[in-house]
Design a protein. Sequence first.
Length: 185
Amino acid sequence: MDRDGTLTEEVGYVNHPNRLRVLPQSAEAIRRLNAAGIAAVVVTNQAGIARGYFSGEVLAAVNAALVSQLKDGGAHLDGVYVCPHHPTEGEPPYRLVCDCRKPKPGLLLRAASELGLDLGRSTLVGDKASDLVAARAVGARSVLVLTGYGLGEWEYRRSTFPAPPDHVAEDLLGAVDWVIEGLRP
Ligand SMILES: [Mg+2]
Ligand SMILES: [Zn+2]
């Protein structure tokens, strides 16, 4: 799943752990994945690193706060994968035409390789068209959530989507329930 706008509130660049707001149903959503034996993995673009808005240490602290708040809610993340790059902003090494900034699929490929996931049986949940494209690129299904940018993306921009979602859900919990229902025989 995507982080900002999907798992957490879309608040712009999260340059301090105190700006992180886990969405109300997110811990329940991750708990349901945990209970179903489905890996719960975050894949997030954080170009604020390349742009110099915050450091790698701050990013690590923000993601640690995310893991900790979910843990307090009884929910476990199996992995957090970050693209810190931007193709044209900032300075090397983060100013880079990388293979991991969504819509490119590099984060998904890395997660699958390191965690032993079958992307053809995976679903990417996100709030932007770029999330859906990344899913399509690896043969995964996709769900657009209407949190974060999702409502505007769906209401005003869906005719421009290069890869339509397989499902649209109110939020991450709705997306997770759709995934789990799809597993029933
Ligand atoms: Mg997002
Ligand atoms: Zn990257």
